[in-house]
Design a protein around this ligand. Structure first.
Ligand SMILES: Cc1cc2nc3c(=O)[nH]c(=O)nc-3n(C[C@H](O)[C@H](O)[C@H](O)COP(=O)(O)OP(=O)(O)OC[C@H]3O[C@@H](n4cnc5c(N)ncnc54)[C@H](O)[C@@H]3O)c2cc1C
Length: 478
């Protein structure tokens, strides 16, 4: 006899969504979090640390599946898209299409309320410490309850939505489907502030009320980027992400001792928007630091009795680090897969496998390719990025790449431009190599294994290709 059909560990974006979906499908669901019901989705003591930008398509997908409607307050400011600027600010490329700059605490609460409305039971102040494992199968979770007492809770299926540092993922038995640790090189160390500004500048290179701006610059944000995302009422979400290895290489080259905090301070100082500004500390959510992964999602996201969704599975987009959309999609699909498994009574890996197939089909199919593009981008210095953005990729091609589709880059035509930029030959060759590898990986993912038996060969090929890219294009070239 088990306590619940479905245990969802973590009530953030992916967990609240999974609980709302499984609840809507009539299952007995328990949603657990270390936060109380007053602060659903708060990631850490720092708050709901996030850039808050999400594409409209992900919101539409969620509403269609849950049958809910997010309020205007939760959706925040509507934006035309995300725009990436070259280091010299001379060139722009678009990302992602229309979307929202969310009010994250309100958005999190609405998702949470949906889960409760659909019948999920919530227990707050519960610290999950690991999975209950019997016969190599997850049978629930153990942890400390609100009184600090050790407690075990059993369920037919456990959904891991604990975020990037998940103790469930990290305490799974050794297995070939889900990596227990995320490579340090595949993490962006990030920090962000929400500031109220007087909007005194009118220069879309630094601040654009209609677009979320990304500043690519290997000196300001080595191996990552800085961002200025507009919010309602003159507020902005400003932040910066760095790759540890690139930061070390940059500091070494310039004899600097910068860290994430000092880089953010310099970035804010650099931007003329920030003359008169103050911290927006509503919800105690104005300042925070956390990490986001920029690798492909785990090659498999299921284990006997267990499904992973959102950051616990490293599902953020490797290029943009956007993880809200994939957390919503993972939550919906995991909620459905869990409900099906409870109905069929098959919680084996074979029984849960279709979750992997559906996730890859719905979103994950192009993420390994995007990871190769990220590795390429991290290998270039500012001059190469400036040159490449101007000469190698058209606006339309950039849109294709950010959607994970590989355009015919008409490279032959561009060879003529190399005459003007001999120094960019390496970057050009690597771009051609990168787009070929992206195509190769997209084709591999188009044939995602239909069953666990075909998985080992698939995983071997994916890892070999990604490692080949890392060896060819090491990061940190400032
Ligand atoms: C600085 C920064 C900026 C970002 N900007 C963007 C952006 O602009 N757009 C975008 O799409 N994505 C962005 N992301 C990524 C995005 O925030 C995440 O992908 C998203 O929050 C993932 O949701 P999740 O529910 O999977 O995990 P989380 O949001 O991390 O939720 C995990 C939940 O589990 C709970 N939990 C964790 N451990 C335990 C435990 N042991 N016991 C009990 N409960 C526990 C936590 O309290 C939390 O409620 C950013 C990330 C960072 C760090």
């Amino acid at each position: 006899m088990v306590d619940y059909d479905v245990i969802v560990a973590g009530a953030g974006v992916s967990g609240a969504t999974a609980a709302a979906m499984a609840g809507k499908l009539g299952k007995k669901v328990l949603l657990l979090d270390r936060n109380t019901d007053l602060e659903p989705g708060k990631k850490t003591v720092w708050g709901w640390v996030c850039g808050d930008a999400v594409a409209r398509s992900h919101i539409t997908f969620t509403q269609k599946n849950l049958g809910n409607t997010f309020s205007n307050e939760a959706l925040g400011l509507k934006v035309d898209g995300v725009v990436a600027l070259s280091p010299d600010l001379g060139y722009k490329l678009p990302f992602d299409g229309e979307g929202y700059s969310l009010e994250r605490p309100v958005f999190g609460k609405e998702l949470f309320d949906e889960a409760i409305k659909n019948g999920a039971e919530f227990r707050g102040k519960f610290s999950v410490e690991g999975p209950i494992i019997e016969d190599n199968k997850v049978k629930g979770v153990f942890g400390k309850n609100e009184k600090g007492e050790a407690e075990k809770i059993t369920g037919k299926i456990t959904i891991d939505a604990l975020g990037i540092a998940s103790l469930l993922r990290r305490k799974l038995p050794e297995n070939q489907y889900i990596d227990k640790e995320i490579d340090y090189e595949d993490l962006e160390l990030t920090g962000r502030f929400i500031y109220k500004t007087d909007e005194s500048i009118d220069d879309p290179k630094y601040y654009d009320k209609k677009n979320a701006l990304i500043h690519l610059n290997q000196q300001m944000a080595p191996g990552g980027y800085g961002w200025v995302f507009p919010k309602t009422n003159g507020r902005v979400n400003v932040g910066l992400g760095v790759q540890h290895r690139s930061l070390e290489a940059r500091n070494k080259k310039f004899g600097a001792t910068d860290n994430l905090k000092s880089l953010i301070e310099k970035y804010v100082k650099w931007n003329p928007l920030f003359k008169n500004y103050q911290l927006d500390s509503s919800h105690k959510n104005g300042e925070g630091y956390w990490s986001v992964s920029v690798r492909r999602q785990m090659e498999g996201m299921a284990y006997p009795g267990y499904l992973g969704a959102g950051d616990s599975m490293a599902s953020a987009n490797p290029l943009s680090a956007g993880g809200i959309g994939p957390a919503l999609i993972g939550g919906i699909l995991a909620g459905k897969a869990a409900a099906t498994a409870v109905e069929t009574g098959d919680t084996s890996l074979e029984g849960l496998w279709n979750y992997n197939v559906e996730y890859v089909k719905q979103y994950g199919k192009s993420m390994a390719g995007m990871e190769i593009f990220r590795i390429f981008l991290q290998s270039m210095n500012n001059q190469e990025i400036d040159y490449g953005m101007k000469n190698f990729i058209t606006y339309e091609e950039a849109v294709e790449i950010t959607y994970g589709r590989i355009p015919e880059l008409s490279l032959a035509k561009k060879v003529s431009k190399l005459v003007k930029g001999v120094g960019a030959i390496r970057a050009f060759k690597d771009l051609a190599w990168t787009t070929n590898k992206m195509k190769e990986l997209n084709a591999i993912y188009a044939n995602y294994p239909k069953s666990p038996a075909e998985f080992p060969e698939f995983k071997r090929t994916v890892i070999a290709t990604v490692n080949e890219a890392k060896a060819r294009m090491p990061s940190g070239p400032v």
